[in-house]
Design a protein around this ligand. Structure first.
Ligand code: SF4
Length: 371
């Protein structure tokens, strides 16, 4: 269970900010809900109490924009309409339906957790916050979203939108990526929550952040909270939310071999604990820089296999993930003899390439070249 902060401590936040015209908490939630009733988005996972569908939508939306996520959600739910249907599916099919969304561990966790629901909760999605938290991949935010949206349970959600609204409205300097800051925001959000309308309030403040208190150039003059918004009053909107550290991004260099052997090509499955685990890809040589044409001749494939031709080398592609920047080239190579070097790869008809779950990077390449 989350700890609540005392009303005294909550008021201290205002005192510290020397804010004399703050709204009562009930006024804050009332204004946010009133705004939502006029402006809230009509989304397929709204106004339902099916925890499973809400869970799927929340996981999809964790790193994906709503307009893009909507189609994925509809396709995913159409194929896996219940938690049982998801639990019964093969992981490879689940990954295929996730293809393009990225962050594939989310799909693997969804699949794993659906099996937990079947075994640990007799196939019924739990309604209790602490039980929901036992499911793999579900953290405080997702658990709060599921139980509040589906069952109006009094748990506040704190996502990027909520951090932004609260940090600006209350002009909170605590970095949102620090443990201290996170704790403070969670406590404040829980205190502000309209306990009787938890589901509506949570959706309202998330939409308010997504549509009104947007990251760049929010329309503060047209905002229902402008009279009591501290950062607007102090002309400091751009200062919030505060972050303490920049995400460290590392560079990687992927040289992919698209090997054409008549009507066939070769794939490998990524099995290590790395990005794109359990997805398929062309044979990969990862190096400290991208290969030039002359580097290819030094590869065992070229020195130990007869009848090898380099047909094409793609332009370098830069693929940006949250913590990694992948620089890639695809080398289309024709072989006339099957080499012993390929024994570890899966030989498939080129026409079957789209049956395998692949990364967005591979998918974009295949869209351009083989379709
Ligand atoms: S006044 Fe501006 S910064 Fe303040 S809550 Fe409204 S949109 Fe956000």
């Amino acid at each position: 269970m989350r700890k609540k902060i005392s009303r005294q401590k909550f008021k201290a936040i205002y005192k510290y900010k020397k804010c004399n015209n703050y709204l009562l908490m009930s006024d804050f939630s009332m204004l946010i809900i009133a705004w939502y009733e006029q402006n809230g988005r009509d989304l397929p996972w709204r106004n339902i109490n099916d925890s499973y569908k809400i869970w799927v939508s929340e996981v999809i939306l964790q790193q994906t924009r709503v307009d893009q996520g909507r189609d994925y959600y509809l396709r995913f739910i159409s194929r896996f309409p219940t938690v049982g249907a998801l639990a019964d599916a093969e992981e490879e099919e689940v990954l295929k339906h996730w293809q393009g969304l990225g962050y594939y561990s989310r799909a693997r966790n969804l699949h794993y957790a659906s099996k937990q629901v079947m075994t640990d909760f007799k196939g019924v999605f739990p309604t209790d916050y602490d039980d929901v938290m036992k499911l793999k991949g579900i953290g405080a935010y997702t658990a709060a979203a599921i139980v509040s949206f589906a069952h109006n349970r009094p748990y506040a959600v704190v996502d990027g939108n909520v951090y932004r609204v609260l940090s600006r409205y209350f002009a909170i300097d605590a970095p949102i990526d620090s443990a201290k800051g996170k704790k403070m925001f969670f406590e404040l959000a829980q205190e502000l929550l309209d306990k009787k309308q938890a589901g509506i309030y949570n959706q309202a403040i998330m939409d308010f952040g997504a549509l009104q208190c947007v990251p760049s150039n929010p329309d503060c003059n047209g905002c229902v909270l402008k009279d009591s918004c501290l950062s607007f009053g102090n002309d400091e909107v751009r200062k919030y939310p505060v972050k303490s550290k920049k995400t460290k991004v590392s560079n990687r260099y992927f040289n992919y071999l698209y090997i054409v052997n008549g009507e066939f090509t070769y794939l490998q499955k990524r099995t290590k604990n790395d990005i794109w685990k359990n997805l398929y890809e062309f044979p990969l040589i990862e190096s400290s820089r991208l290969y030039e044409t002359e580097d290819l001749s030094r590869l065992a494939l070229f020195s130990e296999t007869v009848g090898v031709d380099v047909l094409k080398i793609s332009a370098p592609v830069k693929h940006v993930l949250s913590h990694q920047c992948i620089f890639t080239k695809f080398y289309t190579v024709a072989i006339s003899d099957e080499s012993v070097l390929f024994k570890d790869f899966i030989k498939i008809p080129i026409l079957d390439l789209d049956k395998y779950p692949v990364s967005r990077l591979m998918e974009m390449y295949l869209e351009k070249t083989t379709r």
